[in-house]
Design a protein around this ligand. Structure first.
Ligand SMILES: [Zn+2]
Length: 270
């Protein structure tokens, strides 16, 4: 992943602006986010968990944080880049690129109850924009899972292997270094319609209009669904209507979503 290497120079900038980064984290971007229980396992079924429906809280603290961290940004002219267009899946050759986590900024995203998720900064901002747009249409969603450290992913794998056997873990859980959640670019969301939290495929598909609008607006802000029905053999996962991956390129995201293809197919690595 040669392009990620370019970001190494940004490490210097990040050092220079460390104080600002710390400030931005302290002033964590407040996103609409459901109360959530333990972060769930990354598995083929990847059940979402959470507490009861929370009133969606929107605090527009993101703008100040965004301004504060601007010098650290890796795209000088504000244009989109293809740096985020890399593939992470279970295949040995598609681990998280070396240096990726050093090239990005992770920010904390909190709801009013103080529950915290960690998300890559641009991903967090794009999701906030998508939420704002959806809320204007009376459609709500909230974060249910986001960044997961490699250590966490490995412990999930080991727990599943201990409980259900090595073969089960190998088939159902991404090994360390191979979960999109480790990139900071993947988020799981809950769709909320008329105050009801929709977490399962069945629940979400019962509201096709809102679901379609969620997908449309998320794509408009640079997100794609990663695990599609009928593409299980390509992605290695059962369908997940809640797992979005940020690409930092709305045109590409809309193209991928419009064609109903996977990132694997788009990148030609199937
Ligand atoms: Zn997920």
């Amino acid at each position: 992943m040669g392009k990620a290497m370019r970001h190494r120079s940004n490490v210097v900038w990040m050092g220079m602006f460390a104080a600002l980064v710390v400030l931005s984290v302290v002033n964590a971007v407040f996103l609409s986010s459901c109360s959530s229980g333990e972060q769930q396992e990354e598995s083929r079924t990847e059940q979402t968990q959470g507490a009861e429906a929370q009133e969606v809280a929107t605090q527009d603290a993101g703008e100040a944080a965004e301004d504060a961290i601007e010098p650290v940004g890796d795209v000088e002219d504000g244009s989109e880049s293809d740096d985020y267009l890399f593939l992470v899946n279970r295949a040995e050759e598609h681990a998280i690129p070396d240096g990726w986590l050093d090239s990005i900024e992770l920010v904390e995203v909190q709801n009013r109850l103080g529950e915290t998720f960690t998300v890559e900064r641009k991903t967090a901002e794009a999701y906030q924009d998508a939420q704002d747009e959806l809320e204007g249409e009376g459609i709500y969603s909230c974060l249910n899972s986001a960044y997961r450290s490699r250590e966490t992913q490995e412990s999930i794998y080991e727990e599943q292997a201990a409980s259900f056997g090595e073969q089960y873990a190998a088939e159902h859980v991404a090994p360390g270094g191979h979960s999109e959640h480790e990139t900071g670019l993947a988020i799981d969301v809950i769709l909320i319609v008329d105050g009801e939290e929709l977490r399962s495929i069945e629940q979400m598909e019962a509201h096709p209009e809102e679901l379609a609008e969620l997908d449309r607006v998320m794509a408009k802000h640079g997100f794609i669904l990663r695990y599609l029905e009928g593409k299980e053999d390509i992605t290695g996962y059962d369908p997940e209507l809640w797992h979005f991956r940020y690409l930092d390129d709305a045109q590409v995201a809309e193209d991928i979503m419009g064609r109903g293809i996977t990132l694997e197919e788009y990148l030609g690595v199937v």
